[in-house]
Design a protein around this ligand. Structure first.
Ligand SMILES: [Zn+2]
Length: 429
C-alpha cells in the first residue's frame, strides 16, 4: 500500500496555499484487493477497515483507530451516495471500481436545426442556430487554452456536404412516429443544397474543425435526432438509424464510441443496439424523478419547473456518479445541463455555485461530474456564456491541482471503467 504520490502531496500543499481549501484529510484505499469495493467509498471502508488510513495534505500517513475508521465511514459526505450505489448493485447494475481521482466530462449535443425543428422555426430560433458558427470555434479555442477534453455528440445528418449525398445516405427504415411532426424526414423537401446556401441544416465544416483539435471526441446524437421513447421509435427502426450514423462517420474515418440520446430518451433494448454497433459510452439521466426521460407528453410543466429550479437551488444532490455498466455500455451519467446565461447578478451566482459545489463533491468523492449542453445554447450572448464557462473551467483547475481531478471525454471515461472491470473491479450484468 503506498501513501500519496509526490505529485498528490505537492498538489495538496498548493491547494492549501491558495487559502481556498482548509487542510483536509484523505482516506485512502489503495489495496488492489479492494478495487471493487472502492466504489462504495464509505460503506466499503467499514468492510475493509485494515486498508483505511488517514493521510494529511503533506502526505503524512497516520494510523487511526478502528472506531475512527467506522465513524468516518458513517459520516463522510459520500455515505448516502455510496448506499445508493450499493442498492444499485443489489438491483443488478454493477458499479465499477473507483479510480484514484474524480473526472470532469463535458459533452455537447451538436445538432443545428435537426434538434429543434419540431419545437422551433428558423424565424424564431434561426439566430441561435447561425450563432453556432461562432460558438464552435470559440469553444474549441477555450478548450485548447484550458486543455479540456470534450465529446461532441453529433447528429449524423450534419456530416453531409450536400443534399445529394444526404439523400443517398438515409437509413433504409425511417421512424413513423405517431406524431408525424417529430419525423425529420418530412423536412427534407424544405432544406437547401449545401452548407453555404443553407447553414441551418449542414455542419461538415464544423465537424472537420472539431476533428482537427486535440482532446475532442466526435460521438453520435443518432443519425436523425431519433426519439427512442416516442411511439414509432422502436428498436429495429433505431438499428437502421444507427447503421446510417456509423456509416457516415466511418466515411470520415471515425469509429463512434459514445452516444447522447436525443431528449435523453432510451431503453435497455436501444442500448443493446448501440452495443451491437460497438459503442461503449452513453449519457444517462440524473437519477431523480424530475430528470427521468419520457416522451414529449410526459414532460409536464411540474417536471420542467423542478428541473429549472434545481439549476439554481439544490433540490437534488450533486448528481456526481461512478460510471456504471448497463447493457454492456458505460453510463457516464449526466450531472448538469448548462443552461444558457440569463440576466446576471444573484441568479447567475447561484447557478455557478450549484455547478462548482457539485464539482467539488465529485473531486472529493473521486466520481464523475458530467456537464452538457448544446452549442446553440451559446448561439446568442456568446461572450457572456463563454465567461460563465470560463469560471467553471477555472474552478476545474483548482480541483485538478488539489484533488488530481481529470478532464476526460465520455469514451475515455468508459474505456478506463471497462479496463477497471477487466483488472478486478466488480463484475457487471
Ligand atoms: Zn438533441
Amino acid at each position: 500500500m503506498g501513501g500519496l504520490t509526490r505529485d498528490e502531496a505537492a498538489a495538496g500543499a498548493a491547494a492549501e496555499a491558495t487559502g481556498l481549501y482548509r487542510p483536509h484529510f484523505r482516506y485512502d484505499l489503495n489495496s488492489r484487493h479492494f478495487a471493487g469495493l472502492r466504489s462504495l467509498t464509505s460503506w466499503a471502508n467499514i468492510g475493509s477497515i485494515a486498508a483505511l488510513r488517514r493521510i494529511d495534505v503533506q502526505g503524512q500517513v497516520e494510523d487511526i483507530t478502528p472506531r475512527q475508521r467506522v465513524f468516518h465511514a458513517m459520516t463522510s459526505p459520500g455515505s448516502l451516495a455510496a448506499l445508493a450505489d450499493a442498492i444499485l448493485i443489489l438491483m443488478g447494475e454493477g458499479t465499477l471500481s473507483r479510480p484514484q481521482s474524480g473526472r470532469f466530462v463535458i459533452s455537447l449535443d451538436f445538432e443545428l436545426m435537426w434538434g429543434v425543428r419540431d419545437k422551433r422555426s428558423i424565424a424564431d430560433y434561426g439566430r441561435n442556430i447561425l450563432g453556432v458558427r461562432q460558438a464552435v470555434p470559440a469553444l474549441l479555442a477555450l478548450f485548447a487554452e484550458h486543455n479540456i477534453a470534450c465529446t461532441w455528440a453529433t447528429v449524423g445528418m450534419l456530416f453531409f456536404a450536400n443534399k445529394r449525398d444526404l439523400l443517398a445516405g438515409l437509413p433504409e427504415q425511417r421512424p413513423r412516429y405517431t406524431n408525424p411532426r417529430l419525423s425529420p424526414y418530412e423536412t427534407l423537401s424544405e432544406i437547401g443544397d449545401n452548407e453555404d446556401t443553407d447553414p441551418y441544416w449542414y455542419g461538415l465544416s464544423m465537424i472537420e474543425r472539431i476533428m482537427d483539435c486535440p482532446r475532442q471526441e466526435i460521438g453520435t446524437h443518432t443519425f436523425s435526432h431519433f426519439y427512442c421513447l416516442e411511439a414509432g421509435g422502436e428498436t429495429e427502426v433505431f438499428r437502421s438509424d444507427m447503421e446510417a450514423a456509423c456509416a457516415v462517420a466511418a466515411r470520415r474515418g471515425l469509429d463512434l464510441a459514445s452516444i447522447a440520446f436525443p431528449r435523453n430518451q432510451t431503453t435497455s433494448a436501444h442500448l443493446a443496439v448501440c452495443r451491437d454497433f460497438g459503442l461503449r459510452a452513453f449519457r444517462g439521466n440524473e437519477r431523480i424523478w424530475f430528470h427521468r426521460a419520457g416522451s414529449n407528453k410526459d414532460q409536464t410543466l411540474v417536471r420542467r419547473s423542478f428541473r429549472f429550479a434545481d439549476s439554481y437551488i439544490p433540490l437534488g444532490g450533486a448528481y456526481d456518479r461512478d460510471p456504471i455498466v448497463v447493457e454492456g455500455l458505460v453510463d457516464v451519467t449526466s450531472s448538469r445541463f448548462l443552461r444558457p446565461t440569463r440576466g446576471g447578478g444573484l441568479s447567475e451566482r447561484l447557478r455557478l455555485k450549484r455547478i462548482t459545489s457539485a464539482m467539488d463533491t465529485a473531486a472529493r468523492q473521486r466520481t464523475v461530474f458530467h456537464l452538457w449542453w448544446h452549442p446553440h445554447n451559446f448561439g446568442i450572448e456568446l461572450d457572456r456564456n463563454l465567461a460563465f464557462l470560463r469560471a467553471i473551467l477555472n474552478h476545474f483547475h483548482l480541483l485538478e491541482d488539489s484533488y488530481g481531478m481529470r478532464s476526460m471525454t465520455m469514451a475515455e471515461t468508459a474505456n478506463e471503467a471497462l479496463d477497471d472491470i477487466r483488472t478486478g473491479g466488480l463484475t457487471h450484468q
